[in-house]
Write a protein that binds this ligand. Sequence first.
Ligand code: PMT
Length: 389
Amino acid sequence: MKIIVGITGGIAAYKTPALVRLLVKAGHEVRCAATEHALQFVTRPTLETVSQHPLYCDLFEGNGTRTEHISLKDWADMIVVAPASANIIGKVASGIADDALSTLLLAMSGKRVVMCPAMNSEMWAHPAVQRNVATLLSWGIEMVGPADGHLACGTSGTGRMVEPEEIAEAVCGTLPLTGKRWLVTAGPTYERIDSVRFIGNYSSGKMGFALAEALAEAGAEVELVTGPTALKVQHQRIHRTDVESAREMYTAATGLFPTCHGAILSAAVADYRPSECADHKLKKQGDEGMTIQLVQNPDILATLGGMKKEGQRLVGFALETDNEVQNAERKLQRKNLDHIVLNSLRDKGAGFGVDTNKVTIIARDGSHTDSPLLSKKDIARLIVNTVTS
Ligand code: PMT
C-alpha cells in the first residue's frame, strides 16, 4: 500500500517516526506530510530518513507545479494522521485548507482517511472537538484512539495518541474483509419500449451503494453493478459497472460472480421487458389504447444461486407487501441463498428512494435479525456484519 503519514503539532509527534518505520518494515511505501508546528516536535531529517522520501510541508515547494497535494493524493491509497491535533480535526470538519497538510486532506475525499487524535483530555471533551469528530465519522473518516492514560501536560485522562504498533495494526493489519472480493447489484433496471420510453421503478441505488461502501470500508474489493442512478462512488476499492437493462445486469453479474467470495443483490430488477423495442418513438394510434407484450427477464439471483460454489456466499433482497416473512423464506430456499434481507413496503421510512431503511435479515438456518429504522449506511453495515461473519 502507498500510505501518507500526516503529522501535526503535538508532543506525540516524537512517536511518529516509529510508526513510519513499522509501516515501511511491513512492506508499505510511506511519504510524510507535516504541518509547520509538527516540526517543533519531530525533525525533517528524521521523517525523511525513516520514510526515504522528501517531506511534504509547504504548499509551494515540491515538483514546481504547485499541485503537489493533488499528485500526492493520486499517488496514495490512504492517509493516516498521527498525531491529529484538535486543530487539524477542526479544519477538516470545516473544509479549511490553509497549509500543505489541510489542503492535502481536503483533496483526499474518496480515499481512506484515518485520524489518530492526541490532545489534552479537556480539549478532547470540548463540545466543538466532539462535534468535529462526529462530522468526520459521519463522512467515513476513521478514528483510532485517543487512548486513556498519562498525558504530557502532567494530568491523566483520555487524549493520548494510540501507540504506533496499534496504529499500524489498525491501518493495514486486520480489516475483516481484506483480500476478499464481493459483488453488489444496485439501482433499478430500465426496459426499453422505444427510443424514448422505458419500464422502470423507483429504486435510487442508495441501498446498494451503501452496501458497496460498507463492504469496501471492511476491506473488500467491491464489484458494483448498477442500473441508472445519479449516485457517485466514494471509495477507491469500489469498481463500478453501469448497466441499463436486466439482461445487461445479468451479463455483468454472472461474469463477475465466479471470481467473488460473495454477492449481495439489492437491485430492483424488472421481472418483465417488452418483447420488442422500437428503434423510433412510437406514435399515438387512435383511441383504442395500446398493448405492450411483455416477456420474462432472466432471474439473476436464481442464476447465481445455481452457479454458487462451496465457500461463496449469496445474499438476496426481498421487497414484499404481504406474507412478508413467508415469501422471503421461500425465495431464500428457491434461489439457494445464505441470507435474505426482507424489506417490507409497509414500514414507514423504508424502501425506495429514502435515506433510511428497516429490514429483517433471515439466515438459511432460520434465524432472524430485526433492525430498527436506521440510515441506509448503518443498515448496510449491519447487513455486511451479519452476512460475512
Ligand atoms: O435503491 P433504493 O432507493 O435505496 O431502494 C432500495 C430497495 C428498496 C430497492 C432495496 O432495499 C430492495 O428491496 N431491493 C430488492 C428489490 C426487488 O426487486 O425485490 P424482489 O423481491 O422483486 O427480488 C428479489 C431478489 O431477486 C432481489 O435480490 C433482486 O435483486 C433479485 N432479482 C429479481 C428479479 C430478477 N430478474 N433478478 C434478480 O436478481
